[in-house]
Design a binder for this molecule. Structure first.
Ligand code: PEP
Ligand code: MN
Length: 346
């Protein structure tokens, strides 16, 4: 529920609303705005009787949020959220943020090569996993802490921001030392203890859609992070399991406008995991930007044929360069632009 206060309401009236919400056994989240202050009521699982609040001085109206996710919904916050990142970058506004790099950090040389390559082509964020969720316990599991150190090195060398995955609470604390954006992978989208931990992280979180999660489930998972006090969530469409084997997943392009309608949070697209084949990545990247995606997460490897994970869906450097050129044109056609890497920016 949202309690909308009249323009210019004195602070004591707002404080009274907050106190009464607490008395009713719920949590109040005051949200001062330019036009008016609203006070969110959270902690309810069902409709709350607002009659006591309605009668208080300064209260203009009460809005019942009809969706099961509250703080994530556009009913709660009509204007789109812009998440500010270091170096003047942002996601959720006019700029399309491109995050690119290999699936995994494999060696210092590989990640530095990859970082230079993607930066040269114009990506602003380097992606690569140090902790890898693999289907088989015998597959490469990532370099862990050593991989994080290599990512820190790559940032020092190139100025690229870093997005990398945390698979559990302990790993999250390590990832936070290095990452600008913490990735929560598809397999952990419903790992509620990890989501709560991420809600206390104080850094932006890239939350990937689960392997067979509905859009509502994705938004409810985001709600866990916001409910813990972290409003900086970037959603990511990465395909869901379909019945056809010609693609690795069924890339749900429609999730982009659907999420934009239901939520104020930014949503980016991952056409690499979405399709599983490098030849399909650029067409889907173009389509995602045309559909309004706030960014792209793309796998690029200096030598994809030797990749330790996801080589088949990793772009060759020249393919990525072309993807960037085409993506820029599409972004401009819809009144947006691809974010320039830190250092290149005016
Ligand atoms: C990844 O980004 O490399 C990854 C493991 O993705 P997902 O969680 O979407 O499968
Ligand atoms: Mn991958």
């Amino acid at each position: 529920m949202l309690i909308v206060m009249r323009h210019g309401t004195p602070q004591e009236d707002i404080d009274r609303v907050v106190a009464i919400i607490a008395e009713m056994g719920y949590v109040a989240r005051p949200m001062p705005g330019r036009q008016r202050t609203t006070v969110g009521l959270v902690g309810n699982d069902g409709r709350v009787d607002g009659s006591r609040l309605e009668a208080l001085p300064g209260v203009q109206e009460i809005i019942h949020v009809t969706k099961p996710y509250k703080q994530v919904s556009r009913e709660w916050k009509p204007e789109s959220t812009i998440i500010r990142l270091p170096g003047g970058l942002s996601v959720g506004g006019d700029e399309v943020l491109v995050m690119a790099g290999p699936c995994s950090v494999e060696s210092e040389r590989q990640i530095l090569d990859a970082a230079r390559t993607v930066r040269e082509a114009g990506a602003a964020v380097l992606r690569a996993g140090a902790f890898k969720p693999r289907s088989s316990p015998y597959s490469f599991q990532g370099l862990g802490r050593a991989g994080l150190r290599m990512l820190a090195r790559a940032r020092e060398e190139t100025g690229l921001l870093i997005v990398t995955e945390a698979m559990d609470a302990e790993g999250l604390d390590q990832v936070l030392e290095v990452a600008d954006i913490v990735q929560i992978g598809a397999r952990n989208m419903q790992n509620y203890s990890l989501l709560k931990h991420a809600g206390r992280a104080g850094k932006p979180v890239l939350l990937k859609r689960g392997l067979s999660a509905t859009i509502q489930e994705l938004l409810l998972s985001a709600e866990y992070i916001l409910a813990e006090g972290n409003p900086q969530v970037i959603l990511c469409e990465r395909g869901v399991r379909g019945f056809d084997t010609v693609t690795r997943n069924l890339f749900d392009l429609s999730a982009i406008p659907v999420v934009h309608g239901l939520s104020h949070l930014p949503i980016v697209a991952d056409p690499s995991h979405g399709t599983g084949h490098r030849d399909m990545v650029t067409p889907m990247a173009r389509a995602a930007v045309a559909a309004g995606a706030d960014g792209l997460l793309v796998e690029v490897h200096p030598t994809p044929d030797r990749a330790l994970s996801d080589g088949a869906q990793s772009l060759y450097p020249e393919q990525f360069e072309r993807m960037m050129r085409e993506t820029r044109l599409i972004a401009e056609a819809i009144g947006r632009r691809v974010a320039e890497p830190v250092g290149v920016r005016a």
